[in-house]
Design a protein around this ligand. Sequence first.
Ligand SMILES: C[S@@+](CC[C@H](N)C(=O)[O-])C[C@H]1O[C@@H](n2cnc3c(N)ncnc32)[C@H](O)[C@@H]1O
Length: 198
Amino acid sequence: MGWFNSGPGFEPTALVESIPWGKYKTVVDVGGNTGLVSQAIAKKHASVKFIVQDRPEPVVEGIDRLAPEFKDQITFMQHDFFQDQPISADVYLFRWILHDWSDKYAIKILRALIPALKDGAKVILNEFVLPPPGVASAFLSKSLRTMDLSMLELHNGKERDADDWASLFEACDSRFHFEGIIRAPGSRLGIIQATWKL
Ligand SMILES: C[S@@+](CC[C@H](N)C(=O)[O-])C[C@H]1O[C@@H](n2cnc3c(N)ncnc32)[C@H](O)[C@@H]1O
């Protein structure tokens, strides 16, 4: 996944800098692959513990490659994100996960968190946010719409605009409160936030 996180505007820098990670104790990086994004955040916030969940192969690779400086801060866990979430955490991070899935499956993935959610738990998505037609430059609009079509072709997935993201949480459960989207300068991905409120 390294190349996915290193292209211009795709680095996790904006995600690291836009969220006050230091106020959270535990973050579950759902579908976190070998943990590169968790490492980028962990480097700046030594007090936060990360659990990177993914399929068996990336988890084995992530454990293998984990630098000694992160051994006490980042752990890995095999977990299928369609199954009930076993970890009760402060934050659930999904970076570049839900665009691979149609609404039907994206809703299943988010609902699988519910058994573990405590009041105030946050869900943070780092994904493309389609701009309204005619607002972004022709180049940006074309690349995002092309990505949308590619997601449809490859995975029956989709890119979503701001209303789509809000509606997705609403369709999951009324206890998800959509908190809005941060569009950090220099980043091509939006930071979409929701809080679980009982
Ligand atoms: C596009 S990658 C994103 C990786 C990482 N979040 C990042 O931004 O670098 C999607 C990830 O979802 C994982 N994945 C796919 N299906 C999964 C499942 N059912 N349960 C857990 N992880 C899954 C893949 O192995 C992969 O690591």
